[in-house]
Design a protein. Structure first.
Length: 105
């Protein structure tokens, strides 16, 4: 199995959180030398705010949900256990816009 890449959704199994999907945002070139990645947790709670990226079955998700850039996490790569999908370049650009709004820089 290959490791995560930027723009991919992976199922993570974290202690105290359980199994949930995360959208990996760390740049792909850095991931091989890091033990953890920056990731946006994915939730079915949709608030329709600019710091969320809505994801649908068209993106490869099983149900409609959002990646929440207000709740970014550093996730150890070892806890990312199953790849769900990868965003296409247009959707990855949308994710970058939501991240830009969330960090306001």
């Amino acid at each position: 199995m290959t490791g995560p890449r930027r723009g991919e959704v992976w199922w993570g199994e974290l202690e105290g959180v359980g199994r949930r999907p995360f959208l990996v945002m760390t740049r792909s070139a850095a991931i091989p030398v890091l033990h953890s990645v920056l990731a946006a947790p994915i939730t079915r709670t949709i608030r329709d705010i600019p710091t969320e990226l809505r994801l649908t079955p068209d993106d490869g998700m099983p149900t409609e949900c959002v990646a929440s850039f207000d709740n970014l996490r550093v996730v150890p790569k070892a806890y990312l256990v199953e790849r769900q999908c990868a965003l296409d370049p247009t959707r990855l650009a949308d994710a970058c816009q939501a991240l830009h709004v969330a960090v306001d820089c």
